[in-house]
Design a protein around this ligand. Sequence first.
Ligand SMILES: C[S@@+](CC[C@H](N)C(=O)[O-])C[C@H]1O[C@@H](n2cnc3c(N)ncnc32)[C@H](O)[C@@H]1O
Length: 261
Amino acid sequence: MAPRPGQMGRLAVHYHPTQIRSASFAADPPAANPQNCTMASRLSEHGLFLREFWRNFHTTGAVLPSGRRLAAALARYVGKGDLPQRILEVGPGTGAITRHIVRAMGPEDQIDLVELNPSFANRLRDDFAHEPELAAVAPRVRVLQTAIESLPQHDRYNVIVSGLPLNNFSVAVVETILQAFRELLTPGGTLSFFEYMAVRRLRMLAGSRAERDRARGIQRVLGGLLTNHEIRRDAIWLNVPPAWAHHARFDLGCPARGGQV
Ligand SMILES: C[S@@+](CC[C@H](N)C(=O)[O-])C[C@H]1O[C@@H](n2cnc3c(N)ncnc32)[C@H](O)[C@@H]1O
């Protein structure tokens, strides 16, 4: 990716041995963006999101990026405590939550962004190379274009923030992802994730029989996690649609029971 005119940014793209496409950044500070670029940038962010929603409805799972209140709630445990944090954001999309995480990060915190969709991953790489607020932390950021299920388990994180549309996935995939979160968190680490209010309950009542069974299965798996490990829940009414931000710690609460994470 070539630096934009007037900027001497360096972007190192390399392939991880496990074939994950990753990029780390060492960008020189870019010139400040003119104010009138902000609106154009947001329009292009929403345009890309809508396009990917039509192309990949199942994995994108939303028509619009998360609103700022939801994003701020999901970044609640970032930058807390005295020690540097390793942060993992899963499903960053166009970076709506990422920007709140970056603002909350401490000076030595590091973040990995795991994004399945190459269009979103490329957009994020570009933004981290060129947007001043993001470029300032770029040396501490890795964008990994892969599925979270394929991420090697040797890394450990203090905070995981997930933007995944879990209610769109099969029960087996949700179980695999929650197990991966559990293994990727350090003891005492926090998982924050969201879901749109009432979506799962509506699917449990309406839709085909297969869809109702799937929604019930996800209710069992996610319900188990929340019953056993939820430490806080934020209601975000001013989001489209309204959403819950769930926060969980696996080392607190009841040990996992059979079939439950
Ligand atoms: C609902 S969007 C959320 C985007 C953004 N975090 C936000 O809140 O605006 C879900 C994102 O998760 C990504 N995604 C879906 N399945 C994934 C997986 N298995 N591993 C990593 N990313 C995934 C999608 O490509 C998409 O960017």
